[in-house]
Design a protein around this ligand. Sequence first.
Ligand code: GLC
Length: 420
Amino acid sequence: MPLMRRLLLTLIGLLLAGSIGWSGLQRPEEISILMPAPFADATVDQVKQFNADHSGRIVLNVIRGPRDTESISDLAISSLLLGTPPFDALLVDVTWLPKYVAADWLQPLDPWFDDADVDALVAGARLGNSVNGDLYRWPFGADVGLLYWRKDLMPEPPRTASDLIQIASRLRADGKVKEGFVWQGRQYEGLSCNFVEFLSAFGGTWLDPVTGQPELDSKAARATVHWMQQLIREGTSPLAVSNYAEPETLQAFKAGDAALMRNWPYAWAELQSDSSAVKGRVGVTTMVAEPGASPAATLGSWGFSLLRGSQHQQATAEAIRALTSSQAQRDRFLQQGYTPTEASLFEDPELLEASPVLTQLKEALAIAVPRPITPLYAQMSDLLQRQLSGVLTEKRDPDQAMEQLQGATITLLRSAGGES
Ligand code: GLC
């Protein structure tokens, strides 16, 4: 065989075996990230840009998962239990982190994000990313529960739980609006998020962070559940809220059917769209609280976590950085209304002009309250949702429900070797 031909064959052989690096001929690293469908859709352009910028080196694929936190967590967990999941990173809801870290599924992000990165985050976006001092999640957007109110129906929003009922009743009695207050009462994670805000309104707490004990049969917790039942019984909220998740709640408020709504910040952009009956007539504030109690905003938010089993950690971290860059945050805020995480963006004139509610979002983020931080959170939340849903649909008595819930939560924590 002529020398040239032999050399060429050897070269091709080496390249195919991957034993020599020749940037022009190297196969790009393929990486994938699992995200709930709405976030996958919100990042399409950014992913295209990332792939163009890393052409020949990295190809990022986004796996579009289900929207609900429970369904996507089930999907992620079943893949993780199989050992070799078909993705390198995933968007993690804030409540999943303790469990995923305890299961040893995640790789710390500290090599790629330092203290200065963390310090640049707005309060609220700094929460829920670390476990035992190690960073395991980098926030995709900030998320916190808000109270939306109709500026054309009331001069200012209600500030106490009793106020809320009074204002809503008057508006309904005067025939100004069909429904008073819409929120998420379906038996799913959104109900637990609403409960955390309502419970704070009465001065209660779900799990005492110091003792690790549940406080679900406290006076405050009972008052909360009685109030939730009263909202529906007395017509401040339609019975339908006991089957509402975020989209149904938003739909009712956007159609002009309700005076007040509990929802996340993403709803704002939708309420300002041309298809909204309440465009330009909506204010944003934080949840009510009885005198002496502090209002709270449930900490939501999704963030990127890198899987320990990923064979492409550096490339995946680069993708996470790109998808959470200042520019990506700006674009997502301006185009889809997803709240940024970088503190400086809350003072940005262009963003403030596009959406003056950024100021209220920052205030809400400053009073963000996490759901219980424990690997057992999903089970705790499930127990809570069952009892609350029973009360809202008149199948359970509030006091009995909370007593039983307290007992069941203690049993759960004990059986898992918890502190109770
Ligand atoms: C939002 C929040 C998330 C929460 C979910 C409940 O997506 O960011 O934390 O679990 O709503 O529906």
